[in-house]
Ligand binder design. Structure first.
Ligand code: CUA
Length: 184
């Protein structure tokens, strides 16, 4: 059926029909329900964005990352399998074009505080289990801000960190690993 102009010219002053009123009511109700769900989901949802974040200097944060990566300062140990935190804190850093530590070794079922920031430009922290396409987590990594993600790995295995924010010519090489050990 071709689209033809309405027969009466000032059709916009005609009152709404019942179909339009019904659809508009549904839209308003769904919109309000989603609005209410935002804070509720934040409180009760299983995967929430971090509410803990700090302003930091990129260089100051990088000092911590390098100490953690080298096994200095008591927060970690480094051996052939990678960098193992001695406590709950993991200092992860993003730079063009690598993750530091390149390979972190964690324990299954342990609740970690994963600190995340960037040395230079915006990067993206996307976590996948090896061989699976589904994303486990997805966060922005912004220079000057330190985010603290609370994470517990429920299954042992190798998890890949992929940069999901275009950050320059070497962006596609910016991958890292988290190896989760132990039995669940
Ligand atoms: Cu870092 Cu893309």
């Amino acid at each position: 059926m071709p689209i033809r102009p309405p027969e009466t010219r000032n059709w916009w002053s005609v009152p709404l029909g019942w179909e339009e009123k019904t659809w508009l009511s549904i839209v308003v109700v769904v919109g309000l329900a989603m609005f209410v769900m935002m804070p509720l989901w934040h409180a009760f949802g299983a995967q929430n964005s971090p509410t803990e974040s700090y302003r930091v200097s990129p260089n100051g944060y990088w000092q911590k990352v390098m100490a953690f990566n080298d096994g200095n300062g008591g927060l970690s140990r480094r051996d052939a399998s990678g960098v193992k935190p001695t406590g709950d804190d993991v200092y992860l850093g993003a730079m063009q074009w690598a993750w530091l530590p390149n390979q972190t070794v964690l324990e299954v079922g342990h609740r970690y505080r994963i600190h995340l920031s960037s040395k230079d430009v915006n990067h993206g922290f996307s976590l996948h289990k090896e061989g699976e396409a589904a994303q486990k987590a997805n966060f922005q990594v912004v220079p000057g801000y330190e985010y603290v993600l609370t994470m517990t790995f429920e299954e042992p295995g190798t998890y890949e960190i992929v940069c999901q924010e275009y950050c320059g010519l070497g962006h596609q090489y910016m991958v890292g690993k988290i190896v989760v050990e132990g039995e669940r």
